[in-house]
Design a protein around this ligand. Sequence first.
Ligand code: SAH
Length: 379
Amino acid sequence: MIHLTRKGTRRWRGGHPWIFRTDVAQVAPTVVGGDLSVVLGHDGRALGVAAWSDRSEIAVRGTPIRSDEEPEAGWTRLVDEALDRRAGRPPCARLINGDSDGLPGLIVDRYGPGLSLQTLTQAADRRTEALIAHLCARFSPTTVVLRNDPKVRAHEGLPTEKRVVRGEPEVEASIGSLTLRFDLLEGQKTGGFLDQTDNRLAAASFLRGEVLDCFCYDGGFGLQLARAGADVTCVDSSGPALARLQANAARNALTVQTEEANVFDLLRAFERDGRAFDGVVLDPPAFAKSRKSADAGRRAYKEINLRALKLLRPGGRLVTCSCSAHMARADFERVVAEAAADAGRWVRVVERRGAAPDHPTLLGAPETDYLKTLFVEVS
Ligand code: SAH
């Protein structure tokens, strides 16, 4: 049993699944790190079932496991329900999205025949072996990789490691009409950024003509744009990412120009040289990684949006993203509005988008709605 304080009880009832250690009044000595335990409010009433961490400041993470259900059976039920909900998704998709699926800290991404897993809490970590057996029985993957390299695992007292559990780390899988190669061991996150899948396909029908894909990584946006007939220049500071992009372009008989550069410098240089584009994609890394870096982050977002807007021809289109959990949607939109005002451009938002539906969010935990994407027309 985990007993919450009055404050913890209020937070739980408010719908946020994370309860801090300071809001825990008492924990039964039989409850150990990684256990699924019944949670009681300050008045002794049962609130639900949560995963317990004996290390993290976020000590309690609520789940939808029912109080009258055997907790392990509840966890397995939630795994199966999450997998069932993805039945209609394409072969590259997130199968389990942590807290949003009621499985705190558990991430499972599918790249065609490959599965890539992350366990970021003690509860998820302890159930890894059973989960892998379950996933193998259900999907018969040729490749299974454990991507437990995120530093957040240290908060849970868990070591970081990257490991191939089965098969070869490189797999081929299709996204839209492209066949792409992913490196599940060395690629970013679990091998790529699946949260943008639907936005990339939508961007491919939104943008046309000469398009600049900034922070392109391995070409998630750029290759879909090229497939749709755009004349694409992709920019990233990572040479290896651009090499992968070119290999994937060749695999699909596409021609894409790549520039290894700092986007901030390149946008200024393009402006100086009088370059112009019909479309720009801005999908940078999280500039506001924490509350402390929020102001610097805001300035960085404003800078790239301002420069990108200046490069657009009249009638041009911008796809601009922020994946900073510490920047709310309204904040991000204000920054883009300020950039438009400073650039002297009239902008119309035609679509507000977020992460793909296989990355659901929790209304009670706004930070799970981290990915904000605007589709904008510019006069
Ligand atoms: N748009 C990509 C994901 C981008 S991830 C996709 O659709 O998959 C962010 C990328 O920005 C990384 O590849 C990183 O190498 C690159 N990056 C970070 N800072 C940069 C900078 N200042 N200039 C150019 N690239 C940068």
